[in-house]
Design a protein. Sequence first.
Length: 456
Amino acid sequence: MTPTPSRRLFLGAAAAVPLSLALGTPSAHAADSAYVMAYFTESTSLGAGTDYGLHLAVSTDGLRWMPLNQNNPVVTPTEGAGGLRDPFILRKQDGTFVVLATDLKGTDWSYNSQYIHVWNSADLRTFTGYHRLKLHDMVTHSWAPEAFWDAGRGQYGILYSSVNSSGHNVIMVNYTTDFVTVSAPQVFFDPGYDVIDGNLTVGVNGVNYLYFKKDQTLVGARSTTLAPGSFTPFSTPAAHGGTEAPTVVKSLTSQSWYLYGDTYTPNGVFYAWQSTDLAAGTWTALDQRLYTQPVNSKHCGIQPITSTVYDNLVAKWGAPTWNRLKSYNYPARYVRHADFVGRIDTYPFDLYTDSQWKLVPGLADGSGVSFQSVNYPTRYLRHYAYELRLDVNDGTSTFAADATFHRTAGLADASWSSFRSYNNPTRYIRHSNYVLRVDPVSTATERQDATFHVGY
């Protein structure tokens, strides 16, 4: 969590059934059709958008995520440091859930807690039995806890990163039946060098896969048993800059596996890789057009859920009242305003709210759409001399017309969106040198410039 080799640097994270999900959940239920993600949030400046409570998002494909509760926490620890990092959700053998998390608020890596946070939940809408669980007596940390079901033992294993007598971080394990009392800690994985962020996938063609962070890369080990000390590193490292917090996810509709990892700066960015064969140990970077993380999310844990659980979560916590727009040909960039100029800029940036928009009925035509700023709600994107800027609605018909657009199928990809000007109907919103304009569109490049994904 610090730049030194023996300290953890935290940051976060979709096949026909049956499936095993990250960190050894039991095989997914046949009815699983969606996912829930647990995470915490940090903004670039550790200011607005930073919150060390439990956040939830949902997805139907394991790639594009919708934050719940307006990206606010659904529950916050009240003991220990009073905050969490690295939350993880496990569906237990009885179908209910347990949530585990690091006992740490903020970035004080010298705070060494031997405890982790624990909640029980029947449905992830209410959380009960909150307590801290002590894992060891060592004068060191218990980072990034995750859990799995060990059928041979008839117990759950709790994995976490800690400095053992070796003097470097290793992956430890305690066993439990109830997440209230645990066995004595054991070293689960120690390859002889610093490793953190253990993420286990159980029982894929008789093999178990443990992914972890080594030297700012994501590496896998494997074993035909779940016995401590039995895992052997084997995979080719995956990384995008300094990367940590691996999360392996199995698609519910294809043979694909996805590997998520975070950069470990504040407001880290998720990157994803794809494989159709875990045994090969090689990963191909996934096109960023295909996935979108919850804003400011860090170090995720992902669990498959049924459509009923998905629907109930959305009904309880609510879908966002705002959207973000991703550029088609620069998918690391999002539509935002900066100094009241419309732009596409690389995520992350402060303020993150500059990229949040309420898509409201068009000011000049209700069948169209206008883009209302979330952090400047009296202002809307409008074109002026063909450039887009964020102006206060002055109530005139000219302003209303300039701020109204008709949403169409994406000019470069019909599953995305393009936006045609209401009062200049031969022109579309596009970016040019990263600045937003309304221009005629004719070339393939211009069609890509004018295509956006409306998500969260």
